[in-house]
Design a protein around this ligand. Structure first.
Ligand SMILES: Nc1nc2c(nc(Br)n2[C@@H]2O[C@H](CO)[C@@H](O)[C@H]2O)c(=O)[nH]1
Length: 234
């Protein structure tokens, strides 16, 4: 086991899906995996391992925010030799190029997080998705007729951002949605020479104020999970 994950070394699969919400990890395991087994519940951050089309998959909650994602992704890469992580999350749209219910493939992740400033100082590192995972996800989405938009995410340390104008500025540079985890995941994947991709359903729109219903969120989340599973098993 690691400091924050209670699983035995062989209980975590090489391929991991990470929702922010640990209850989503349980739902993914119970809905899509065969023979799912809970492999950790330290601090309530649940993780499960099962198989999808015969491929071992782990669904592990990340929590909200980059420090939390950073703890779990670091330990998954370092202590469990995980090879690829797909964040399956939700985000708020900041661009008129996307609508609620769209699925965003986060090709890059801008961030206001102090975590990368303490890593890189004055250099602005560019956290980016693994190209192969992103390419496969786009291909799978096309085959499944799932409306995905590929573009940048903004991984903020704020949910209630005191500077509300920043998302408008970022949208002018092509950033599509705001969430709170992808940049930490991409930076750690690069540190460990592993693969990572963030796929986010748009649950709310910061420009229009539009929000999805719980039912709509559930439906788009299901489509996204199938996309992530069909991508990571390739
Ligand atoms: N900062 C931010 N995070 C968001 C937003 N909408 C969503 Br869904 N999120 C994500 O949802 C959680 C906050 O509700 C975090 O884990 C974020 O990744 C938003 O408008 N802003």
């Amino acid at each position: 086991m690691s400091t924050h994950i209670g699983a035995a070394p062989d209980q975590i699969a090489p391929y991991v899906l990470m929702p922010g919400d640990p209850y989503r990890a349980r739902w993914i395991a119970e809905t899509f995996l065969e023979d799912p087994v809970q492999i950790t519940d330290i601090r309530g951050m649940l993780g499960f391992t099962g198989t999808y089309h015969g491929v071992r998959i782990t669904a592990q909650g990340s929590g909200m925010g980059q420090p939390s994602m950073g703890i779990y992704a670091h330990e998954l890469f370092q202590d469990y030799d995980v090879q690829a992580i797909i964040r399956v999350g939700t985000c708020g749209a900041i661009s008129d190029r996307v609508s609620v219910r769209d699925v965003i493939l986060g090709t890059s992740a801008s961030t206001d997080s102090a975590m990368n400033r303490s890593r890189f100082g004055d250099v602005t590192y560019a956290p980016a998705a693994d190209f192969e995972l992103a390419r496969i996800a786009a291909e799978v989405a096309d085959q499944g007729m799932l409306p995905v938009v590929a573009g940048g995410l903004f991984s903020s340390d704020h949910f209630y951002n005191p500077d509300a104008s920043i998302t408008g500025t970022l949208a002018q540079y092509g950033v599509l949605g705001v969430e709170m985890e992808a940049a930490a995941l991409y930076t750690l994947a690069a540190q460990f020479s592993r693969r990572a991709l963030a796929v986010c359903t748009v649950s709310d729109h910061l420009l229009t104020g539009e929000e999805t219903s719980a039912q709509e969120r559930q439906e788009t989340f299901e489509d996204m999970i199938v996309l992530a599973l069909d991508t990571i098993e390739r």
